[in-house]
Design a protein around this ligand. Sequence first.
Ligand code: SAH
Ligand code: SF4
Ligand code: F3S
Length: 477
Amino acid sequence: MFELQSKYHEELRQGEAYTSPVVGDEPAGKKFYIESYGCQMNFNDSEIVASILQKEGYSATSTYENADVVLINTCAIREKAEQTVRNRLNAFNSVKKKNPSMLVGVLGCMAERLKAKLLEEEKLVDLVVGPDAYRTLPVLISGAESGQKSVNVLLSREETYADINPVRLNSNGVTAFVSIMRGCNNMCTFCVVPFTRGRERSRDPQSILNECGDLYERGFREVTLLGQNVDSYNYPLNPPAIGGGQGEVTFARLLEKVAAISPELRVRFSTSHPKDITDEVLYTMAEYDNICKYIHLPVQSGSTEILQRMNRTYTREWYLNKIKRIREIMPECGISTDIITGFCTETEEDHELTLSLMDQVKYDLAYMFMYSERPGTLAARRYKDDVPEEVKKRRLSEIVALQQHHQAEKMKLDIGNTYSVLIEGDSKRSTDDWCGRNDQNKMVVFPKGNRSMQKGDYVEVKINACTAATLIGEMLN
Ligand code: SAH
Ligand code: SF4
Ligand code: F3S
């Protein structure tokens, strides 16, 4: 087994996350190196790629300098994400100049967006492989080895990689991500994902249950079910149904099935779309102690007019009603969001509406971005990117400041409470402390003391203090 060091910037989330290379033994034979950017689904895809390559006899290496194949799994969500990738390609290419047999491949959303253009633009790229074409990587690599420029960016309506058991690259051995669907059928006007990931398709529930069950058997104690829009998960079943009842498995049914694997296995999920999250899902969450009470519900804007222009298909009032519903059913539920500032035509009034919505909801966590126009999206075709950069920046800083204020208030409210915490490992600062998350997804740090606990154990922790993003406490007997 090898592990992957993670330098995941929580505050940046999708688009800027960075995985540093694999570390571990350096076995003989062909070696691949993989670096990943973007959302958790992209990280999970890298684990699928690693699995495909391992079957072909490749092993992972921690340094690209001595790899036979260097892969970069890319994100296209904002322009900045793509710039980061270009910088990395330059670094790889300077090594390739000295070692021309090394292959450099671009995978993921930027590969899908730019297609063969990447081969022309970046002269030293040998492979371009889109998110639905990873099974063809071994063939593409052999093609590239014999000097062909290899491209496969075909999107699929069926591919879910259901039968591929991801190699857990970035593993603490306790928490894992499991993709339950791919693609997106929503057409948020700002968003490139429907173009890079294709049509939405749900993965066979039995393969999801097998993967989660297997993780549990191997000592994992938390799974996060991943999809761009998990609430529209739907798998039609031919009889005999595996608990679908009415011939289909909905997201609520799937959640229930995963939660039933063991009360010791925590279940999380991401991302929910405000238009699709149902009461059935909320009641299922409330019913099972091991389904974490935490929902990531991206709002994007507090102004109905902007929401319409974004084609989010809900209004400010609809969104606030969903929040009310969540809190009625699960008063203790943690809620986080994504916000875009400076979308086309956004006025000061629109911006004020976003601030006032934040005041009403008081999010536990928010990922905040300046609007970045993506070529080919509906917004790029229909609207002018007309909010000046300095205005976007100023609005973003106001939103960030307000969120910091709310977050600090909310963290303080947790002081004095006791939470069940799943131990994920040593705290970053000290091997004398454990760290782990509570149900609401907040990081908790506490002294190990002289009790013999280990990673993967649940402990009751009383909170005594907090920093901006961490709760500090002590174990209870
Ligand atoms: N499927 C998820 C989000 C996917 S992208 C959802 O619908 O909520 C993650 C976040 O990136 C989005 O929620 C949005 O806030 C942000 N984002 C997407 N496109 C963007 C763009 N063009 N500019 C700035 N931020 C963007
Ligand atoms: Fe993009 Fe909207 Fe789909 Fe999310 S739901 S991936 S923001 S199109
Ligand atoms: Fe980025 Fe693609 Fe994910 S654009 S956010 S890696 S789906």
